[in-house]
Design a protein around this ligand. Structure first.
Ligand code: FE
Length: 200
């Protein structure tokens, strides 16, 4: 069965004014869709077409001869995950278990925020900022291009897409403002908490 473009988990105007309808039209309907189309073309008539996306990513992560498959598969996964990391009226300080886990790993929300923002802003060129579970601790990481925690043996808890296509229409070159808005108004902490519960 071919890989499919999942629907956004909210209407396209749900994240206004922080992420515009126009950004989601391009980012989901064009960019994310193109990764799905490219991936399907690359694995057509191969046993890889019937693998799970996760298995395909792990199997191709360290194989340079299948870099195009890895890049498109990982970008399909990363975007599907990214959409779920956001919700209308999200962001700000989390509560409950995730707040406790952040205090334990970073010494408080403000320190986490500083580290996450630095990772997102400091990723040179295209890539992703992440909060991951790595063994018994949580870490902030950044990855270039399509690379994701799944391909590095870590569990993704939260991500921010810092490819220019994620923010340029709304924020132009102001990536720090986009990341600040993501943390302040968009993060779906319920999703992050659910991801953490799966590994704890
Ligand atoms: Fe993107």
């Amino acid at each position: 069965m071919a890989f499919e473009l999942p629907q956004l988990p909210y209407p396209k105007d749900a994240l206004e004014p922080h992420t515009s309808v126009r950004t989601l039209e391009f980012h989901h309907d064009k960019h994310h869709a193109a990764y799905v189309t490219n991936l399907n073309n690359l694995v057509k008539d191969s046993p890889m077409a019937s693998q799970s996306l996760e298995d395909l990513i792990k199997a191709t992560a360290k194989d340079d001869s299948r870099a195009a498959i890895f890049n498109n598969a990982a970008q399909v996964w990363n975007h599907t995950f990214f959409w779920r990391c956001m919700k209308p009226n999200g962001g700000g300080q989390p509560a409950g278990d995730i707040a406790a886990a952040i205090s334990q790993s970073f010494g408080g929300y403000d320190k986490f925020k500083e580290e996450f923002k630095a990772a997102c802003v400091g990723q040179f060129g295209s890539g992703w900022g992440w909060l991951v579970a790595d063994g018994t601790t949580m870490k902030v990481t950044k990855t270039p291009n399509a690379v994701n925690p799944l391909s590095l043996g870590q569990t993704a808890l939260l991500t921010c897409d810092v490819w220019e296509h994620a923010y340029y229409l709304d924020y132009q070159n102001r990536r720090p403002d986009f990341v600040e808005t993501f943390l302040g108004h968009l993060v779906n902490w319920d999703f992050v908490a659910a991801n953490l519960r799966k590994v704890r």
